[in-house]
Design a protein around this ligand. Sequence first.
Ligand SMILES: [Zn+2]
Length: 185
Amino acid sequence: MLPRETVPAARFVILHNKGPQGLMRASDVFGSRGNIVLAPANGRVLFNGCPDNELLPGCQIRGFLTRPDGSEIGFVLAHLVPGTFVGPGQTFRKGQTIGKMALWEQRPFSTHVHWAFNRPGEGMPPPANMSVLAAFNTLGPPPPRTLHKKAVPHFAAEESVQLAEEDRLVVRESEHAEVPALEEE
Ligand SMILES: [Zn+2]
């Protein structure tokens, strides 16, 4: 699956945080305030934090996703609306809504959620140490959309194909290289 498939109403995706081999280690999925974010796999949340400042809007959650082979990869998902996300100690299922996108008040047209991952056995980002597209590629097929059509009435299949192509083509700098670890953790 692709990063944009976690946000049914996504507008576009930017990969960023270039690693040693030139692979991008983070993905920003752009959308609008309140867009739902779907779990790309079964998983669990261990930490959350809510900096909610001009550089880091909203809240972030960190935990592990379970891949089809049973291994776990650490993740961070950032820029969620307070009170909408799965909290520490909770588990979730693939396709479940795990949070809603927070408005970036200072940069409303850059409203997005940030995904990044670590290799199995290497804890949670930040810092992220795995290609974000490689990580998504190991999570199996995207979650089914049928449950969410109502939430995204304008969604069209052709648009999905086009945006998936943009996922591969659009690789440029984002506003942040890395979402930093939070002090309260
Ligand atoms: Zn980002």
